[in-house]
Design a binder for this molecule. Structure first.
Ligand code: HAM
Length: 431
């Protein structure tokens, strides 16, 4: 027999773990809904060319980490490593780029062939938010405030916001010329990884984790000093606005992000509680992506939160399961069918109902209900079923005070009244 296992870097999310995921996702979706951000769903599989053009061939993601293969029609396909390029493609293709501007979100699996470790997987999940057609600094602030509020609503501790500006393309190419001259003189002092980046993606050298290279880089030219007056003014206004909104931040001039499409604002949220993979959310402005991909010039900004890291950070309170409101105990052919009929009726209310399908003795079913700590039970024995009746009982701390009622199946008014006075909160009727 073959013992199948999941692939390295992928995980099964089991029902008990998913309680936390679902509770966290609920809070996120509520925040997005309240901010009028609309959902977009794009395919998980795209043409490889999209990511090469969108993210940049010199990036680690494209050059080392993509899951790329030829399909049966010999087309090169890639499992999406991120969502921004796909969203841009979808909007260009469907002709809905900027009129009106779009506030969009997506959630789902992404794939990168990285070395797996805590908080880093090969199949992981992101919540992405993209504001498309927005140029003003206020959109940078609004989107960062949205990310901040989501993280704060989830009780994430030791949260830091790091910001930087990458200027526009001209600023960056002016800087790159000087930076490369400096590198030429200092390249032998750089670590091997950084040396490999000189030809492919020199800006990423700034992002190194190597302490020695970090120290040497202190004397390197700074991108900040090559910003045009316009880019500098934009950045200063951005910082000023963050301060006015009392959103604390740290400036990190070495924050360049790993994807080529960024311009101006770049940011990351890190948490001290995460260990080495500390970035829970990363994002920035990408004003050239749409035109690079054949669309119209379209300013845009976005972020993505790594959901695995978010789940690691979210508190235990999100692990709580909702308690069962009603457990339906039943025995005998008529009773079993009646139980199903009743459970269908109960689905009309905001209640959590579970029907016992075991067919075992009533006493065993009672034991199960006790174990589940259900708030109430419905009992349908053969005798009740013949009279088309059921007994519903509310458990209280004092057994003598348990509320019990015998109700006819067709008497929906009586059932509703009982539920209203015992189980349902005011306003929780969905019919
Ligand atoms: P990113 O920084 O590559 O940005 O990824 C965003 C977040 O996804 C990271 O901060 C991290 O939390 C999570 N993440 C990335 N790789 C892994 C992994 N291998 N395992 C677990 N979590 C991971 C982007 O993807 C951009 N598309 C964000 C963006 C949207 N920029 C503008 N709009």
């Amino acid at each position: 027999m073959n013992n199948f296992k999941n692939l390295r870097g992928t995980v099964d999310l089991l029902p008990t773990q998913l309680i936390k995921w679902q509770n966290v996702e609920k809070i996120i979706l509520e925040q997005l809904f309240r901010s009028s951000v609309k959902e977009i769903r794009t395919p998980i599989l795209e043409m490889t060319e999209l990511f090469m053009r969108g993210i940049g061939e010199g990036t680690d993601v494209v050059s080392k980490e993509m899951y790329t293969f030829l399909d049966r029609g010999e087309r090169s396909c890639t499992l999406r490593p991120e969502g921004t390029a796909s969203v841009a493609r979808a909007l260009i293709q469907n002709g809905i780029v900027t009129k009106p501007s779009q506030k969009l979100w997506y959630m789902g699996p992404m794939f990168r062939y990285e070395r797996p470790q805590a908080g880093r997987q090969r199949q992981f999940h992101q919540l992405g938010v993209e504001f498309i057609g927005y140029e003003n600094v206020r959109s940078d602030i609004e989107i960062i405030a949205l990310a901040w509020d989501i993280l704060e609503k989830l009780g994430i501790k030791e949260l830091n916001l790091e910001i930087n500006t990458l200027g526009d393309q001209i600023d960056r190419s002016n800087f790159q010329k000087e930076f490369l001259k400096w590198i030429e003189i200092n390249k032998n002092f750089l670590d091997l990884d950084s040396q490999k980046r000189i030809d492919k993606n020199p800006l990423r050298i700034l992002d190194t984790k190597n302490i020695q290279t970090k120290n040497i880089l202190r004397d390197a030219p700074r991108l900040f000093d090559y910003l045009s007056e316009k880019s500098l003014k934009r950045y200063l206004t951005f910082k000023e606005n963050l301060k006015l909104l009392k959103i604390p931040f740290i400036e990190n001039f070495n924050l360049v992000r790993g994807l080529d499409y960024y311009t101006h604002t770049a940011f990351e949220f890190t948490s001290g509680s995460l260990g080495s993979q500390a970035t829970v959310c990363g994002g920035g402005r990408y004003d050239n992506l749409f035109s690079q991909m054949g669309g119209k010039e379209t300013p845009a900004i976005g972020f993505a939160i790594g959901l695995e890291r978010l789940i690691l950070l979210a508190g235990e309170e999100f692990e709580k399961n909702r308690e069962i409101d009603i457990y339906i105990i039943n025995k005998g052919i008529c009773a079993e069918l009646m139980a199903i009929e009743l459970s269908r009726e109960l689905r009309n209310y905001d209640l959590l109902t579970e029907i016992d399908l075991s067919g075992s003795s009533l006493s065993k079913q009672f034991k199960k209900a006790n174990k589940l700590k259900t708030k109430s039970i419905i009992v349908i024995g053969e005798e009740e079923a013949l009279k088309n009746k059921f007994i519903i009982r509310m458990f209280t701390k004092e057994e003598s005070e348990n509320q019990e009622e015998s109700i006819l199946l067709e008497d929906k008014t009586k059932l509703k009244k009982w539920l209203k006075s015992n189980l349902l909160h005011k306003g929780s009727f969905s019919i």
